[in-house]
Design a protein around this ligand. Structure first.
Ligand code: DAK
Length: 263
């Protein structure tokens, strides 16, 4: 790790990166510095020849993943500063969707407002039993600023999303699982280990295949089915010309695990 971070803990364990939002006294509320550092950390871990295969996002301390955007920092903002702040969140979340590695949210407590929006930009979301999730922006007289009004309805359907967006209610882990907002609910002390296991499993798969299937899902959601299927067809063909595809199929025939080289 080369960069130093004031608002994040950034670790690397082999093929896995772990980014912890690290302002526990303010329940890891997202300020502008944290959003800038997040973009930097995502690039440091997720880009380049030695990029990790999965990045886990979680929160430092006992209580929170992220309890929203920093209200004290937002309070004095005018229209232009508000837009710039929103832009910082959009840059980080768009990057999460564009990176070739898997993004995993490990929600270990409050995930509110901007916090839930960070998780919504991840590929997979798991939470602990004590998690509380919500989009309480309307309580403050604003709308979500980091993509929540768009990603939440795409994930849950319009009506479920509107219920959360209109009421500002916090829901518990059980309810979040029931409505499909999280994949699984884990005991608090097992959440990170579970996410690392999922990340390790992904790290054994073809890296080019993971990058491309993520891209197909992300791009496919925005285009007509016929065009999306066309993209799949092209990608399938393209991957046939890679060392990893040859190795993957050879390894199956030879009954051994594949060794992928990202080539
Ligand atoms: N911002 C700043 N500080 C926060 C915070 C937040 N979002 N959440 C908690 N804190 C601070 C508290 O002020 C307190 O600080 P001290 O008083 O100790 O100095 C400390 O964290 C501990 O919090 P509590 O004492 O309140 O802890 P409790 O366990 O009693 O309550 C809570 C936990 C999560 C229920 C409560 O802290 C809470 O309601 N927090 C606020 C939740 C919330 O409303 N979050 C904001 C969501 S709205 C946009 C850009 C972005 C956004 C919108 C628009 N544009 C640019 C247009 C995004 C908005 C949001 O994220």
């Amino acid at each position: 790790m080369t960069a130093t971070y004031e608002t994040l803990l950034v670790e690397r364990e082999g093929p896995i990166g772990i980014i912890s939002f690290n302002r526990p006294k303010a329940l890891n509320a997202l300020n502008a510095m944290m959003l800038r550092e997040l973009t930097l950390a995502l690039r440091e871990l997720g880009e380049g020849a030695d990029a990790v295969r999965a990045i886990i996002l979680t929160g430092s301390g006992e209580k929170a993943f992220v309890a929203g955007a920093d209200i004290a920092e937002m309070a004095p903002m005018g229209a232009w500063a508000g837009r710039e702040f929103s832009q910082l969140g959009h840059i980080a979340t768009a990057l999460m969707e564009a990176l070739p590695c898997a993004m995993i949210a490990a929600i270990n407590g409050f995930a509110l407002g901007g916090g839930l929006e960070m998780a919504l930009a991840c590929d997979l979301i798991y939470c602990s039993e004590n998690a509380r999730l919500g989009q309480p922006e309307v309580n403050l007289g604003v709308v979500p600023g980091f993509g929540g009004s768009q990603r939440l309805p795409r994930l849950l359907g319009k009506m479920r999303a509107k219920e959360l967006l209109f009421t500002g209610d916090m829901i518990d882990a059980k309810k979040a699982h029931e409505i499909g907002l999280v994949l699984d609910v884990l005991p608090k002390d097992q959440l990170l280990a579970h996410c690392k296991n999922v990340a390790q499993k992904i790290a054994t798969k073809g890296p080019l295949a993971i990058a491309r299937v993520k891209q197909l899902v992300e791009h496919g959601a925005d285009v007509p089915l016929r065009d999306a299927n066309h993209q799949e067809c092209d990608t399938f063909g393209l991957l046939f010309d890679t060392d990893d595809r040859r190795e993957g199929m050879r390894a199956f025939v030879e009954k051994r695990p594949a060794t992928f080289t990202r080539k």
